[in-house]
Design a binder for this molecule. Structure first.
Ligand code: 3SL
Length: 241
């Protein structure tokens, strides 16, 4: 039986062996929720990069550029990191290069994995079904905040653990902790997260509706997966060809 483990911060990745395993990279608020939304609204490929300059250079290749630092849209880029700015038709048929404070870093630091899947509550069941088919050991890589633990990514890891229980073993206490936390929160995750650092940070920036949106479950049937140097939606028609 495959196992599921949880890495609470990219800074802890040196403790994990990724080779031959599936990573689910998660940054609920908001990078991986936004990437999920971008694919659901027709984005064709997403290039997650770590540096602002690297991201900006993608505009020469015809990509839209998106950047967030400390919760705010970085100057000079087409898009920020609010899922709502990806819903108005702007990204349909477009490639996007994106850099965010923590989310894109979690993805790029997971490149040793056999497969990297971008997870969010918005595509929770799609990810769960894919993991069941893959039958690889899973490591959920939480983006956290600048190396620190956060609640919202941990809740997502717990949601995965709950749905995979019985078909996957729990590698260690990290998985159990995430599961217990999720069970305490799942009836009302929005209220549970009100005092969390990043919700407070977003509220200070007057970003309010994004939090409730990013906690919606199973809104989209998209499966962003890392291929060579980019993310594609494995369920998109063009990805099947
Ligand atoms: O840290 C990140 O990668 C971002 O998702 C943070 S924010 O929600 O855009 O502030």
């Amino acid at each position: 039986m495959p196992s599921i483990d949880v890495c609470f911060s990219p800074e802890l990745l040196h403790l994990y062996e990724l080779k031959g395993k599936a990573v689910v990279a998660v940054d609920i608020l908001r990078a991986t929720s936004t990437m999920t939304t971008a694919f659901a609204h027709g984005a064709t490929q997403i290039f997650p990069v770590m540096q602002l300059e690297e991201c900006l250079a993608f505009s020469d290749k015809g990509c839209l550029t998106a950047a967030e630092r400390d919760g705010q849209k970085a100057e000079g880029f087409d898009l920020g990191n609010s899922p709502f700015s990806y819903m108005n038709g702007t990204v349909k048929g477009k490639d996007i290069a994106i850099t965010t404070t923590n989310g894109t870093r979690a993805i790029r630091l997971s490149e040793d994995a056999e497969e990297i899947i971008v997870g969010s509550f918005l595509n929770l069941s799609t990810v769960v079904n894919h993991l069941k088919e893959l039958q690889l050991d899973v490591i959920v890589v939480c983006a956290g905040w600048k190396g620190n633990f956060n609640l919202e990514d941990t809740l997502y890891a717990g949601a995965l653990a709950e749905r995979l229980e019985g078909e996957f073993t729990f590698a260690n206490d990290a998985t159990l902790a995430a599961l217990y936390l999720y069970r305490s929160a799942k009836a009302d995750m929005f209220t549970f997260l009100q005092q969390s650092s990043h919700v407070q940070r977003l509220l200070r920036l007057d970003i309010t509706k994004d939090v409730a949106f990013c906690l919606e479950e199973d809104k989209y049937n998209v499966l962003p997966v890392w291929k060579e140097d980019r993310l594609i939606d494995l369920l998109a028609k063009s990805a099947e060809a």
